[in-house]
Design a protein around this ligand. Sequence first.
Ligand code: ZN
Length: 408
Amino acid sequence: MSADTPGSQSSLHRANLERVLRAVRMAGSLTQAEIARTTGLSAATVSNIVRELKEVGTVVVTPTSSGGRRARSVSLSADAGIVVGVDFGHSHLRVAVGNLAHRVLAEESEPIDTDASADQGFGRAETLVARLLEQTGFRTDKVIGVGLGVPGPIDGETGALGSTAILPGWTGIAPGRELSSRLGMPVYVDNDANLGALGELVWGAGRGLSDLAYIKVASGVGAGLVISGQIYRGPGGTAGEIGHITLDESGPVCRCGNRGCLETFVGSRHVLNLLASSHGTDLTLSRVVQLAQRGDLGCRRVLADVGRQIGTGVANLCNLLNPRRVILGGDLAEAGDLVLDPIRESVARYAIPSAARQLSVVPGTLGGRAEVLGALALVMSEMGDSGALSSTEGRDSGRSVAVVPSGR
Ligand SMILES: [Zn+2]
C-alpha cells in the first residue's frame, strides 16, 4: 500500500503526526511554538497537523499566553483514553488511573506482605485496578495500556524479572505477561528506577529536561537514565545499575557476588547496621532521616557518609553521561541537604569540571508516587499512536514496542 512506502508523502505525514502527538503526550500540554521547537517541524506544518487532530477530536486547543503574547495551548482530549499505573514495591502496591491530558483521576496504595507470592500480588493488583476504574466511571475498553513497575531488572527479550532481593518469590516470572492475561489489557513493564525517572521527568523535578538520572536508594540502589528524552535501558535491560559500581575492591561481598559495590555502603541494610549498636535494631531509613533532621549526631554522620559515597557514583555517572540533573528519590530524598550537600561535594571533587558545571542535584518532588506516576508515563511513552490516529487514517501504525509482553 502506498501509505506504507517509506519516504512517500503520506508516510512522512504520518511520521510528523506521531512526532507531534508524542511531544504533546509527554508534556501534557504545549503551545504550537513549543511543539515546533520540540519536534523540529515548521510552524506551518505544526499548525496543519494540530488542525487535523483537533477536527477528529484527538486534541483540544485552548487560548493561552506565552511570554505576554497570545498563543494556543494544545493538549490531548480528556476522553482520548485512559492509562493505568501499577507499582509493586518492597512492601506496598500502588495503583493510579489517569488520562492522556496528565490528570490523575484516582490513586490508591495498600501494604503487601514482603513474602506474598507473585500470584497473590497480581490478584491484589487486579482487584485494585478494577475498583479504581469503577470509581472513575470508565469502561475497561477505554484503557490504552497498563504500566507496571517492579523492583528488579526486566529482561528485554523474555520479559522475565531478573534476580531481585526485594521480591524473592518473583524471580523468573514474566510479570507483564502475567498481569496482561489477568486484566486482558496490554501491559508495559519496567523496573522501579526507570519508572521513578519517567515520573519525575513528566510530573516532577525533571519537567522540561531531556537528560537526567534518577537515583533510588532503598534496600537496593539503582538509577533510571533519561537520555535525549528517552529512558535508556541497554540491550539486556540492566542499564543504570549504579549500585554495583566498585568503591572498594576488598570491601564487603555484595549480593551480585562482587566486593565493595556502592550498594554495600549505602543500601538501607548497611545503613541500619551501622546504627544498630547505638540506636537499636528496629530503625527504618525514614526514621534515620527523621532523627537526623532533629539533630541526632550519629544519624547525621551516617547520612553524610552515605551522601559522599553516592556522590562518588554520581560523579562517575556525570563523566559518562553528562546529565543536566540528578534527582534523588526514595526515603533518603526526605533528608534534603543533609544528604544532598555531601553528594554535591563528592561530585565537585570527582567529576570532570565540565561535566559537573551544568549539573544540579535535587530531591525528587513526587516522593513515593514517582514510580506509579512513571508507570502512567511509560504507557504514554511507549503506546505508539495507532489508536489516536485511527480515526484520521484507519490503519495500524505497525510500530513495535519493545516492552509489551502482552499476553493477547
Ligand atoms: Zn554488587
